[in-house]
Structure formats: structure tokens, C-alpha cells
Design a protein around this ligand. Sequence first.
Ligand code: BGC
Length: 381
Amino acid sequence: MSRTWIRAAAGVAAASLLVGGLAACSAERTDEPGGETSSSDGSAAGSEMLVGIAMPTKSLERWNKDGSHLEELLQTAGYDTNLQYADNKVDQQISQIQNMINEGADILVIASIDGTALAPILSTAKEQDITVIAYDRLINDTPDVDYYATFDNYMVGQMQGQYIEEALGLADGAGPFNIEPFAGSPDDNNAKFFFSGAWDVLLPYVEAGQLATPSGKSPASNDEWQSIGIPGWGSEDAQDEMTTRLNSFYADGTALDAVLSPNDSLALGIAQALEGAGYTPGDGYPVLTGQDGDQANVLNIIAGKQSMTVWKDTRTLAERVATMIDEITAGETVETNDTETYDNGVKVVPTYLIPPVVVTADNIEDTLVASGFYSAEDLGL
Ligand code: BGC
């Protein structure tokens, strides 16, 4: 890919519109006739910058949106990009990152598959002075990650826990109810935060006897979350696990009142298992949580097969990362809003956290449609 700076003046205007808050940085990167670029101090800030973008998989709707939106923002702002998806295979992601380094990337944006597997390749990146931004998922056990941009992962879990708490009236003392909890992929650092956020709300009700788990798969503490993790966040694995629990512990008519699902891919499989076991939307259908706002899940919410999702507007995350890249390129201080929470085992990585939003059947139009994330037609509305 050519690394020539090809940004036209119109592109600057478009980028400033697209990337909220970038006006100041963009203004510094004034285009000269003939495509040359210079910053206000006369250096070639931003020119010939190559950004490598490593995404985990195309199999989940959100990562496709993340990747294509970030790529579009950066290209419009004049950066060269190399966007790769790794089919959820760690080795594939490492060789893609190696290729980006070989190609001369200046900045790497990485949504890791296994947050503990990238230390050696990031050490190679650091030797080449490449700035590394962890995207959505923290990269652990390495000093060579510079920034982290994500949604507030703990808050995602809290929102799921609070939704179940309210739907069942737990704070008013209602119960006992049956809940089946699930957790995300054991190699995903986020999954720990999602579970902790939810379990900090729900565990007191387990301990008070208001929530029971007939399958026994109820972690006694947040630290045991991996025992109920679904590797690779697979829908089919979640479906199989839910089917097994239903067949083994609910076939006698025991009521299932709630399922804590950490995200939409799991919720999709869980809803299918429920359907397979004869559950139909309406009274007696369990409360089912999710996360991401994937289209299939929003359709399930409309159909009454899922109760809520925690929507993470991937456009805002991509915009934040594009802002970070502009700040890095301009030699400015990179804005972060959390310098305490995300300790990767070697250092606390300066982080920008974006708040997520609860979406239920009642506010789909006001959130997902009003913001243009989906059109009304996408959702059959
Ligand atoms: C992301 C979620 C996503 C999950 C599965 C997590 O790291 O934060 O948004 O649903 O991975 O891809």
C-alpha cells in the first residue's frame, strides 16, 4: 500500500466533522499544494503515517463495524491503514501484527484475541518505536502497550446485574428465583470485568437465598468466573451449555427465571436453547441479558426473546481511537480518563473509558435508531 499522503482539503473538513473534537489537530495538519503536508511547527506531522489495525474476528458483527469505521475515519483524515481480521486465531493475529511491523507501521491498534499472548511481538514493535493502542480489550503482561481505549467494562456487567435485580424485584426482597450465569471467553480480560460488575450486584442475593442456581454453576466469588466461561465467545457453545443445563436441571418443570449472559453472541445461543426446550416469549420466559446491540439480538429483543442488551456504540470507540492517533501524531498529550483501573500486570495502562447504554424494547427507537446505528428498516420498525 502506498504511504503517500493523499489527503485533500475536503478530507480534512470531513474528518473534522466525523471525528468529534479533532478540529484543533486537523487544523495543524495544513495541506500544501501538491499534496505535501506540514504542521504548524513546520514538521511533517501526520504525513506518511501507517496505522495497522488488528481485529480479532469477522464472525461477530461488532468487530466488522469497529474495523470498518476506524479504517474509514483514519483514511478520511489522510492516514494509510492496514486492517486485518484474525479469525479468532492467536497465531494468525501475531503474524498479521508482524506483517504490519515489517510494512513500517507507525501506530498499531490491536483488539487482542488472547490478551496475554502478545508480549513478544509488542516488544518487536517497541524496538521500531511503534505506538501501541489496545482497542476494547487490554493487552496484558507487557510494558509495550501505550494506551487503552474501551467501554467501561465493569459498568457493562453492573448494568446487566442491575437489570436482573430490577426485573425480579430483588431489592424488594422477592425470591427465591433460579438464575443460570454465564461468563465470556476465559482468555479475554474484559470478561473478568463484565462478570465482576454483574456478580457484585447479584452475589449478595445468592448469599441471601433470593437467587439459586440449580446447575450449581454459580461462582462463589468473582475470581472463579473462568469456571463458567465460554471459550471464544461462541454462540453454539453457549447454546450447548444452556441446553445441557436445561435438560439436566429444568426438565422436571423447575422454573428458570433469569440467565446472566455477558454478551449478545452468547445470548443468541442461549435464546436458541430456550426455544429448543419449548420456552416461548411472554410469561415464564426468563430474563436474558446481553451486550453489544448486534442486529440479530435487537430483533430478538423486539420479539421478546432477549430482555436487554448493553449497547456499545462502536462508532464512539473508533472516534476516540482516531482522536488518540491524531494526538500521538501531533505530539500532543493523549487524553485519558482512567489511570487506575487497568493494570496489565506490568503497568497501569492509561485508559479512555466510554460509558455504555442499556437498550430494551422501550428505548430502541430513541437510542439505536435515533443515533443512526440502525435504520428503522434494519429492525423492521
Ligand atoms: C467485547 C464484547 C464482545 C466480546 C466478544 C469482548 O471483549 O468487549 O463487546 O461481545 O468480546 O467478541
